[in-house]
Design a protein around this ligand. Structure first.
Ligand code: BEZ
Length: 212
């Protein structure tokens, strides 16, 4: 297992999922992606997480993002649990869940952290761009459910900064001012960002979100 770092091409794999055999790169083709692991089926926090992801289907679609979940449980377990998720979370799981019983993908993506749990995956998240490169990696412990609003916020930031020479400041939310890339001199920034540039410091220049 090689360490996966930001900017690397997301390692490809073929896996058994609740929607049949899927090749990750073919599945992503032309889309952004979120690959995320959970520790185990039929557990409470994971049930709320996958239900939440299902409820955000339209939000992911708007952003051209495909999601794929993973745990080391088998296909039959996943199918049975999906019924519980749909019933208890009042939703309909409509994304594939990898049945990684042989841990091939978990090991490829370093999702098992033996000092936390030797057998189960932690709550890993990999956001992959439409160029198939890894854009974000986060890891949560089993006891803490993830904030999927935050993942949407990060995708908004990633997609904005992929196409405009800006970065997003602390706690940024879509619609708020953004930071001009430090590589652009202020005079040039004023030509590019026609909505205006505020120079707080020579290295800290703010501009309204350019793609609104
Ligand atoms: C849960 O999803 O609730 C959970 C799973 C594994 C360990 C602890 C909590």
């Amino acid at each position: 297992m090689a360490t996966i770092r930001l900017g690397d091409v997301a390692p490809n794999f073929t896996a058994q999922t609740t929607e049949g055999e899927i090749n990750f790169h073919e599945y992503l083709e032309g889309s952004w992606g979120i690959l995320f692991s959970h520790p185990a089926d039929y557990t409470p926090v994971c049930t709320t997480e996958l239900g939440t992801v299902a409820k955000y289907t339209d939000e992911f679609k708007k952003r051209n993002v495909k999601v794929m979940a993973l745990s080391v449980d088998g296909i039959e377990s996943h199918h049975g649990w999906i019924k519980d998720i749909n019933e208890t979370q009042n939703t309909s799981v409509n994304f594939p869940i990898i049945a990684d019983e042989d841990r091939k993908v978990s090991e490829l993506y370093d999702m098992i952290h033996p000092n936390a749990d030797s057998k189960l995956t932690v709550r890993s998240v990999f956001i992959v761009g439409d160029d198939k490169k890894v854009k974000l990696i986060i890891t949560y412990p089993a006891s803490t459910g993830r904030n999927f609003e935050e993942l949407l916020r990060v995708i908004d930031s990633l997609q904005l900064t992929a196409y405009h020479q800006v970065a997003t400041p602390a706690n940024w939310k879509p619609g708020e001012d953004v930071v001009v890339s430090p590589a652009i001199p202020t005079a040039k920034a004023k030509e590019i960002f026609t909505k205006g540039v505020t120079e707080v410091k020579p290295y800290l220049r703010m501009t309204p979100q350019p793609n609104l």
